[in-house]
Design a protein. Structure first.
Length: 187
């Protein structure tokens, strides 16, 4: 090893310089191996708070939302399209009822039409851009399950919230705080 190091730094390098290079190299290698272990010592010691990632039966859907979504196939026509906030449990509507819900995941669709809906759907009676945005999806129904989860990363979509006192909507179904509305302003 010393012979290799002396070739690397040149024949005139002192033995002390070679040892110094080797020590610095060793420290670098050790830090690459030890530093991640120290940074994640709670993981390696099995002391991560298990409640941090705990899920319950209502982590993704409240009981009211579940009941309402199971009735969705009785509440809307088979060819209906239902929109809502993906931070709520509304995306489970397709799996629980077979009805077309948009979005079907926790990621909202991209594009101007959905942007209009999530910002302004509740103002459908006053905002002329909302009906064409609904037409882009073929939607006339909306699920209002409130603002959605309260964790970082949720989608804040005020257009899908608090529809009960807004003109242009007719209540179709309710289960507790979970509601299904038909948009009447675009008829």
């Amino acid at each position: 090893m010393i012979a290799w190091a002396s070739k690397a730094v040149g024949a005139r390098a002192s033995r002390g310089a070679i040892v110094a290079v080797m020590v610095v190299t060793a420290i670098g290698v050790v830090s690459l191996v030890v530093a991640p272990q120290v940074a994640r010592r709670d993981v390696f010691a099995h002391v991560v708070d298990p409640n941090l990632y705990t899920t319950t039966a209502t982590s993704y859907l409240s009981t009211d939302e579940l009941i309402l979504l199971r009735r969705l196939n009785e509440s809307v026509p088979a060819d209906a399209v239902v929109v809502g906030n993906p931070s709520t449990g509304m995306a489970f509507g397709y799996a629980l009822s077979g009805r077309n819900v948009i979005p079907r995941t926790w990621a909202p669709p991209t594009g101007e039409a959905y942007d209009v809906l999530w910002t302004s759907l509740r103002d459908v009676a006053e905002n002329p851009a909302v009906c064409p945005a609904l037409d882009a999806f073929g939607a006339r129904y909306v699920l209002d399950f409130g603002p959605g989860e309260e964790y970082p990363g949720r989608w804040l979509m005020p257009g899908f919230d608090d529809l009960g006192d807004r003109p242009g909507f007719a209540l179709v179904d309710r289960e507790g705080a979970a509601t299904l509305w038909r948009v009447t302003a675009c008829d």
